[in-house]
Each structure stands twice: as C-alpha cells, then as structure tokens.
Design a protein. Sequence first.
Length: 539
Amino acid sequence: MAATGSTTAGESAFYVTTPIYYVNDAPHLGHAYTTVAGDVLTRWHRQRGEKVWYLTGTDEHGQKIMRTAEANGVTPQQWCDKLVEEAWKPLWSHLSIANDDFIRTTEPRHTKRVQEFVQDLYDKGEIYRGGYEGPYCVGCEEYKSPGDLLEGDLCPVHKRQVEWLKEENYFFRLSDYGPRLLEFYESNPDFIQPASARNEVLQFVRQGLQDLSISRSTFDWGIPIPWDPKHVIYVWIDALLNYATAVGYGSDQIKFDATWPANVHLVGKDILRFHAVIWPAMLMANGLPLPGRVFANGWLMVGGEKMSKSNLTGISPRQLTDHFGVDAYRYYFLRAIPFGQDGSFSWEDFSARYTSELANDFGNLASRVAAMVGKYFDGVLPEAGNSGTAPEAVASGPAEQAIADGLAESTARADTLIGDNLDFAGGIAAIFDFVKQVNGYLTEQAPWKVAKDESPEGRARLATILYTAAESLRAIAVLLNPVMPATCAKLWASLGAEPHLGPLADQRVADVARWGRLPAGAHVTKGEILFPRLNDPKS
RNA sequence: GGGGCGGUAGCUCAGCCGGUCAGAGCAUCGGACUCAUAAUCCGUGGGUCGUGGGUUCAAGUCCCACCCGCCCUACCA
C-alpha cells in the first residue's frame, strides 16, 4: 500500500518520548499521566497520517535500585526484570498505551552506545577527570548541596551532622554551554514549554552553569566508564541518552536518521532541567541535532498535596480503572487538568465528569441515535437529503449545515490544540462542544415527533435528521479515538462503519469534517452502553 | 535569604496591554420534552474578585504592604 498523502519514505517520524521511569517502585498516577498524554498525542498524529514513533522505557541503574534489590535478596538485574515485567509493562498494556518501543537502560543496545558516546566526548576533551567534594550524609548516602543543610550542618532528612567528603570522578564541561544554550532558547522559543517552565530554565542558565559530575566510583550498578572501569556513569548521560540509543544511535543509522531528533520530550516538572539544559548540551557536545521541544507536565494534586512516592495518597491507577474503566481514566486527567499546569483532582470530580460528560453527553448521544435508527429504520441508516436527491456530501438544510459547520470548526480546533499545542484539555473540550451541539440538534428537530408523520416528506425529514446524527457520531468516534480507543471502537462497530470506511484507526483527521462519509445502508446497532452508570461513589 | 506563581460564585477555573469584567463548566432550583444510560434541551442563581492602603475620572485588571498556598534556588527519575 502506498504511503498516505502526507508521508513520504524519507520523512522523519514524529518522535515522542516519555521519561524513562526509575524502576525502584511500581508505577503511580504521575507516571501514567505522562504516558497517557504521550499516547494520545502519538495516536493523534498517527491519525493525521504521519509516521510516528512513541518511546517509553525504564531507568534501571543507580544506587537506590542496588540497595532495594539487596534488601529484597536479589540482584539488581533480577529486581529490575521483575518490576518491568510484572508492574510496568502490564500497566502500559492495561492503559492501552501503544508505544512503539520500550527501552531499558540495562539493555546492551543502550549500554554499549552509552560507552561509545562518553568515550567520544572524552576524546573530544569534553570530559575531564576531577574531584567532587561536598557535605555528605551517611544516612542518605549522598551529597547534599550546602544550601540544603540545616543550622549546624545537619542533614535535613536525618537531622545529623554531615561529613565533608571528597571523591574523584569525571566531569562534563557543561559550563561551556551556557551561552550556546541561551542562544538556542532564544531562537527556539517553543523549545521549553509551558512558558512558566521555560522562564525557570532561562533564569537558571543565566546564573551560570557548573560542570557536571558524570561518574561515581562508590557503587558499581551502572555502565562502566570505558577508559576507567572503576567508575560507572552516573545518571544523566546514561538516562538521557536512551532517547538516542533506542532509535538506533550508533547502531542503525537508517532508523536513526528516520527518527531523530525527538519532536517532543514529555517530562515531569522535576526532571525538566535535565532535559532542557544537560540534554541539549550533551547533544551539542557530540554534534547531534537537538530535539524540537521539551514539555513539562505538572503535578497531580490530591487534596492540595503533590502526589509522590512518599505520598501516594493511597490511589493507584488500577484502583481508578477498576471503578471508572480505562478509557474514562485516559480521558479524565487530560480533560480535567490543563496540560503543563499542576492540577488537583478528586474522586468526586472524576465521578462528576464521568457522569455528566461521558455517560450523559457522549454515551447517551450514541445510545439515543442508535436506538432511533433501530426503531424507525430497522437499523439501516437511511439516506439524507432534500426530497431524497441531495448529494451525500452536502448537508440537507440549515440545521444540518450548522451541524456540518460545527464539526468542521471543532475538528480544526481540536487538531491544532491536541496535535500542535499539546493542549489536551482544550482540544477535548472542542470535541465535546460538538457533542453538545448534536444533542441540541436532536432536541430541536425532535425526530420522535417527526416519526409520527408517515407521509413521504415526514419520512424523508426523519431520515435526514437521523442520518445527520449518525454521521456526526462517525466523526466523534474518529476524533475521540486517540483518547478513548476502546470506547470509540465500540461506537464504530455500533455505527456499522467499518465495512464501508475501514478500521477506525485508519481514519484521517483531515477527512473527519468531510460531510457524508458514513454511507446510507450502514447497519446501525444499539451495542452495549458506552459508559455504564457508576455504582457506589467509593471503593 | 533571593526569584517566580497563585488566592474570582458550593466545586474546578476564564478574565490580554485598567473603563458591559463580574464570567464558563459542573452542582442547585424552575420549565420543556420523552428517542435515550431517571438521559437531553432551555432558563435561573448575585460571589466584599485573599487583607489593608495608594494611583486614576475609572481597578480582580496598575503600585505598596501584609496574610495564605505552591514552585525554583544544580547533581534523588
């Protein structure tokens, strides 16, 4: 099959990454939030007909994992394997995440390239041997920055005296890159988003950068420095480089050229700086093209408190999907929280949106339309039109034209907001504006009243109304598919669309608003309720 | 300590460079309707716009102080 219109063989893929998550613990809502967002973004671009690559993965080195593994009586590798296979991958599968690859930093395809990369930087003089010294807390087993300490050089965590330690390690000449980074931010104003995040990074870089220590010799769970194996690479270069190694850096030049650089790196606020400062500097040092943008999403707040591993607030993704379902879960966080901002959420708010937006507005619309086509036309979608002769591609009358216009506008808005701006909340709202419009149309046209008129004119009018509603649902299914694929598949089936239009995922955003795609004769069936009413509010 | 952001109807939030800016959605209440998941559609509610000053003919919308919450201030993903 030929490439779709907008894609050519040599075109670079729309490449999106999530952070690689630290596998010390099981995934929580925050991880899922970022990963779902990336999934919706990439599904949207696939429906634009673009070549897409969506990467997620896990960060598996470091002292913490080493210690956790020890505490559990297994090797670090065993520990990582277990968590990845039993917790992380299953959750992504459960949440319908359609990632194209899953990279683990312990894989040879990664570790070998990382070694080549640092060797390269070393050969270029970008890395030098130096010493790090600072206040070290034995309890934390890590260095503190002087500003963190409490009165009397006490560790803020353990409230005990820190020790002044000195360690030899290797440094990356990050300090050289301040001016070039600022220049880059200047000429690429959208590189860091949202704007608030960008400002913080700018402020930070303007203060002047220090060189970055990139190795540790105090533990060995990591990638050895090739020229000095007593050292292992410390987090930054190891972790960040996954975005390159996963798409063939240093091993598969063709794939690399077809994918690199990333269009969007999704990150949490906590790791923004590494992605917006260290990462581009690393790439500059090695002469690689820089990514398109780094988008930092906010924290999920529960009752005004940040969700973190120390405060999971007792809610796991599974608990929510068990109650609300996977699609509603995917929908809720993106709809309720402006992407890039911190957002508070609650069980109550989730319930309210589920009922009002998903069940009442969307699910019920699908339900009432299918029911009426079944009742009045035996489930066979009738032909719309003026006196039965209007071309299918034209909406029949003023009321129908208003629907077609509304669809065109919602589609255009959603495409820009979701596909370009990563404004998922705004884009979903645009689609739901259309859902509401169709509900209003039905109330105004009152097909159940028209149905009592059995004259040919009456039948024709009824056909037009129901055709318009069903055709609207066809579009809604396509537009919402990136967000709620399982539900939209049900709707697609209910509309009997696939035999005529092909698989839902193959429907193009550019075609959504072209009126009259769903042909008369499609077999419309009631199908199951899209969003069943929730049981008890809690547990 | 320094820097940034936020505090607007019960809830979540819009309100750009000052003059219909006192709003939206949800919830509430009233009405219409019955195709549908007791759904839909229409209308409604009057909240000192954190506190106290100030500038101005005019201030959520600018200035100052203060109160409250959050974030950043480099090596924990």
